[in-house]
Every structure is written in C-alpha cells, then in structure tokens.
Design a protein around this ligand. Structure first.
Ligand SMILES: [Zn+2]
Length: 453
C-alpha cells in the first residue's frame, strides 16, 4: 500500500494541491497542466473552491492560508464510480479463468451466509475500492441461499462509500411469489432506515434466473418508490441457450433446484435473444434501468436498445475485464459499447466481482477493485479516447446510478465525493504540460491510484 499523500487523518480546513496536472469530464471540463486545486474540507463534505493554473491560484483569497499538498508527479482527477460490483464476494479473492457454468457453481458454494461474515466481506471490498480510487459503487447485495438479504446494504452504508446497493433476488416458476414477498420485505426494512449516502436499488438477477413477472414486479416497485433498477443481461452463451431454446446448464440448474416446470416454455425457448426477451417487460417502464454486461448483442438488439432508450433511459455498465475473463470477445466478437454510445445510450464502467479480476491488480501490495484498470484495458486494446474513458469512470457512472454528476468533477464550487491522485510513470524527467497527455500516460501505466479524499 502506498503511504498516504494527504494528511491522515484529514483535518478540516483549506488545502491547496499543487500537481502536475488536473483533468475531469465535466460539461465545462477542467484540463490543466500544471494545476492547483483549492479545497475546503469540512466534516459535512469537501468543496472545490477553485481549480486553475498555479499562477492564477496564487491570487485567490483562500490561497494564503491554505495548507499546501505538493504532488509534482501526479495527475489529479475526480474520484471514480464503479457502476457494477459485488463487494460481498470479496472474501473469495481473484480466481483462475473459468467457464460461466463452473463460475456459477463456485459462487453458489462460496457465498457467505453469516451476517458478520457478509459484512466483513463488503467492508474489505470497500477498502479495496478506496484503494482503487473509487468513491461510489453500484454494489449488488447478493441473495443468501436464494433469498434477498439486507446485510450487504447495511454494511455498504457503514463503509464510507456512496452509491446504490441493489437488492438482488431470484424467482422462477413456483418460487416467484415467495421470492418477491421476501424481496419486498427486505426493501421495506431498508427503506425504513434513515437516508444515507447509499440508496437502495433493486436487481432482478438475470433473465435466466428471474421470470418476466419478477421483472414486472421490480419495475413497478422501483417506479412506486423511485428506486434505481439494475439487472445482468446478455452475458453468456449459456444465457443465450436458455432464453432462446430453454436448454443448457441454466435449465439443468433450475431442474436440480426443482424450479423448472413446462409452463415456463410459454416464455423461454421462443428463439428470442436475451435483449428481445427482456424488451417485452422493459418497453412499458417509465424509470431508468442499468443493464450490466451486454456482451451478446445482435444488430437488431442494438436497434432495440436504442428504441427502448427513447421510452426511459437505458444505462449500460460494461465490465471489460469480466467479459475477457469469461471469453466473451471470442464467443460474441468485440463488445459493442462504442455503437451503444453512438446511439445515445449512456455507457459506464464496472469491475464486476473481485473473483474475475487479475491477481496482479486485485491481490498483494497494490490490491484494488478499480474501474481504472478496466479503462486501461480499453485504452490499450481499443485505443480508447482518454477523455471518453474518464467520462465513463466518473460522470457517466454517476448518471447511471442516479448520483449528482457534479460530485465527480473538479468544477469550482462543486461539492465532491473525492479526488484521485494518479502517479505518472517515470519519464526522462520532463512532464508534459498537456493534461490529456498525462491522462494517456496514466492509462498506459499500471500504478494503483491514490484516493486523496
Ligand atoms: Zn455482476
């Protein structure tokens, strides 16, 4: 773990950060090299007083008394949003690459049951998220023994992270009434608690584990209580086989659990793609939904998502390292996130669980759960546009989770969730005076970020 760059513990007051550069993805972006950022830190939150070139900040009235933090080898950005993760699986740690069906078995066998252990796993995940420069998450509160659980939501509230805890549930065949009643009961208990920086959301797990009626119920509840909504969608070949043909490992699993009956053939095995299958329930909604993965998209699916986005916002959490872990590019071809973006759909980044992250990034001294490493993959693999990747790491993720985008900018006057300091790789001693170049250097490197606040 790197030594803290900022006074620790952080004391209220005014700080001036002098750094090699500063960049954000606000609508009126900050892009400075070198840069100075003036911050007012208080127990209630942190506010950007000004972000400008050092010479201009010298004239700011607050500059004279501000405590100086000097970071000549760092680029400063807003803290990141990880739009999709499973912090309650952190105890499992990174695992070798595997097929989707054996992965489902692994998760089912290693999922924790004891509330204290679940809490410890979420809090460990929150620590690794902070180590990854993350301030807000879309975290999945995993179902325990197939039943919705409040524990991950409670733990995330105490973790210091902001965001949404999506209450996950399963429901197929005869299990649906009990599963929905249990999910409603847990949602009621969660909503009875005082408001915090973590909101409750709902997550019907996936179209192969939740029947359309379960989705309809979740959408109605989300609209009634204004809750964020998310689901896994179009992730694997196994999902495609089940939705289109009612066959494959998902069918076998439902049969083994005693949840399959032939009445399900009215909705599964109709030759639909996962997106076509879910479109029937998504078309009538009036609230946004966050669709996670979308590895398996046909041309018609992209057109359908574009149409659904005109009814109410579709947000997409793309998890590049997770897709690679499961071999999605080999099975489905390149991910179509750039086409979705071009069609006006908001796409952001998620890490998925630690289980599918490389050991080099998620274990050892620089262990972290960070979408920065997913952005790095896109930068290296697709020559992604650095400023778009920064958007996907910050304001686009905030938008997908229903968070205030300005909290993930360097805009003067903005209350922020936090800042990241990204160490610049060793160069020949010359630091660029173009902030976009510094961002490219950071994306090309492997260094763990530092959360400053
Ligand atoms: Zn997931």
């Amino acid at each position: 773990m790197n030594p803290p760059l900022f006074p620790n513990p952080l004391v209220s007051g005014t700080y001036r950060i002098d750094c090699a550069g500063a960049i954000d993805a606000a609508s009126e972006p900050v892009a400075l090299a070198p840069a100075s950022i003036l911050l007012a830190v208080a127990p209630a939150g942190t506010r950007i007083l000004a972000a400008d070139s050092p010479g201009l900040i010298d004239h700011h009235p607050a500059a004279r008394t501000a405590k100086l933090v000097s970071l000549p080898d760092h680029l400063v950005t807003p803290a990141f949003v990880n739009a999709h993760t499973h912090l309650d699986l952190t105890h499992i740690g990174p695992q070798p690459r595997s097929g989707f069906a054996s992965f489902v078995d692994l998760i089912r066998s290693r999922r924790l049951v004891e509330p204290g252990e679940i809490r410890a796993s979420v809090l460990l995940g929150a620590r690794l998220s902070r180590a990854g420069g993350v301030a807000a998450v879309g975290d999945i509160a995993g179902a325990v023994r197939g039943s919705a659980s409040i524990e991950p939501f409670l733990a995330l509230r105490d973790s210091g992270l902001a965001g949404v805890s999506f209450l996950e549930f399963f429901g197929m065949g005869r299990s649906i009434p009990r599963a929905l009643a249990r999910a409603d009961e847990v949602a009621d208990a969660a909503l009875a608690l005082p408001a915090s920086r973590v909101r409750l959301g709902l997550q019907p797990h996936a179209p192969y584990s939740v029947a359309p009626d379960g989705y309809r119920h979740a959408i109605a509840r989300a609209e009634r209580d204004r809750l964020p909504l998310a689901t896994h969608l179009a992730e694997s070949l196994e999902e495609r086989a089940f939705i289109a043909h009612a066959k494959g490992p998902q069918r076998s699993l439902l049969e083994a659990l005693g949840l399959w009956d032939d009445s399900l053939l009215a909705e599964f095995g109709l030759g639909n793609t996962p997106v076509e299958h879910l479109a029937r329930v998504l078309r009538g909604r009036s609230s946004p939904i966050l669709l996670v993965h979308l590895n398996d998209l046909s041309d018609a699916d992209v057109a359908l998502l574009t149409e659904l986005n005109t009814h109410a916002p579709i947000h997409v959490a793309y998890c590049p390292r997770s897709s690679e872990f499961f071999g999605a590019p080999e099975e489905f071809g390149p991910h179509r996130y750039r086409e979705l973006l071009a069609a006006g759909i908001n796409v952001c980044l998620g890490t998925d669980s630690i289980v599918n992250l490389p050991e080099a990034q998620a274990a050892g001294d620089s262990a972290r759960i960070s979408p920065l490493d997913d952005a790095r993959l896109l930068w290296k693999r697709d020559r992604g546009d650095p400023s778009l990747l920064l958007e996907m790491l910050t304001v686009r993720g905030a938008c997908a989770l229903g968070l205030e985008s300005s909290r993930f900018t360097l805009t003067s006057g903005a209350e922020i969730e936090g800042l990241c300091a990204l160490r610049l790789p060793e160069t020949d001693g010359k630091i660029s005076n173009i902030s976009g170049e510094l961002l490219s250097q950071v994306l090309a490197s492997e260094c763990a970020p530092d959360r400053l606040i």
